[in-house]
Design a protein around this ligand. Structure first.
Ligand code: ZN
Length: 235
């Protein structure tokens, strides 16, 4: 048995860009160590589980980027790429060194070196677009004045408390549109009879039955707001 090993080793050794490594060849029930030609970039430990000689492939180290998300309920995305070669594949492109590129959601894409170079060029363009989008988002947030979430919250509270400066007389006399604005009321039509007011100032909802006449809508809204204000002042 040991007499057949030496010639095999000798013939493989000549292959450039490869080294001889031990591999556990066979099945779990029956296997043995053999020396195989493994590309210099391969990081697999070919002895970690027994594999039939025809099924041994070679994998380089994985490189990649993580796409983080600020929603804790969602998983981060990861894009990865690595070198691969499957010496026993029927497709010559898979026998040659190629790239496996994946995003964890589907089967990996296999790319010949030329296709990988083209993808790399496109990713450079994508990176520039990504920067541009980030710049636009940053500018938008600065102009909108809500780049700071705590500032946002303070403004919201200030707006929500605006109604407290209104007297009962103001509530009775102000044009209905200004009154709704002061209390932060959104008017929504529902399939209900009459009018009801829900929520707290700043985010109140006035539910109005579709059949309710405009005049009644206005007077009911004013009455409900006055009722709310009187109740809230007592607290
Ligand atoms: Zn290998």
């Amino acid at each position: 048995m040991n007499s057949t090993v030496a010639p095999t080793v000798h013939s493989i050794e000549a292959k450039p860009g490869h080294r001889l490594v031990p591999a556990l060849v066979g099945t779990r029930a029956s296997n043995q160590i053999a020396y195989i030609a493994c590309p210099n970039w391969c990081v697999d430990d070919h002895t970690d589980c027994p594999t039939m000689l025809d099924d041994i492939d070679h994998n380089g180290a994985t490189v990649g980027v993580v796409v983080p998300t600020y929603y804790e309920s969602d998983d981060d995305h990861a894009w990865s790429a690595r070198l691969m070669a499957d010496p026993n594949a029927t497709d010559p492109r898979s026998r040659a060194a190629h790239l496996a590129v994946g995003d964890e959601t589907r089967f990996e894409a296999r790319l010949a070196p030329s296709a990988a170079e083209k993808l790399a060029d496109e990713l450079v363009g994508f990176a520039a677009q990504l920067r541009q989008l980030a710049r636009t988002a940053r500018l938008h947030n600065q102009t909108a004045g809500d780049s700071d979430p705590s500032m946002d919250e303070a403004l919201r509270r200030l707006r929500a408390d605006k109604w407290r400066s209104l007297s009962d007389e103001d509530i009775a006399a102000l044009p209905i549109v200004r009154l709704l604005k002061a209390f932060g009321v959104m008017v929504v039509e529902y399939d209900i009879a009459g009018v009801e007011l829900l929520g707290e100032p700043g985010h109140m909802e006035l539910r109005v039955g579709r059949a309710t006449r405009q005049q009644l809508r206005d007077s009911e809204a004013r009455r409900l707001i006055a009722e709310y204000a009187a109740g809230a002042r007592r607290v």
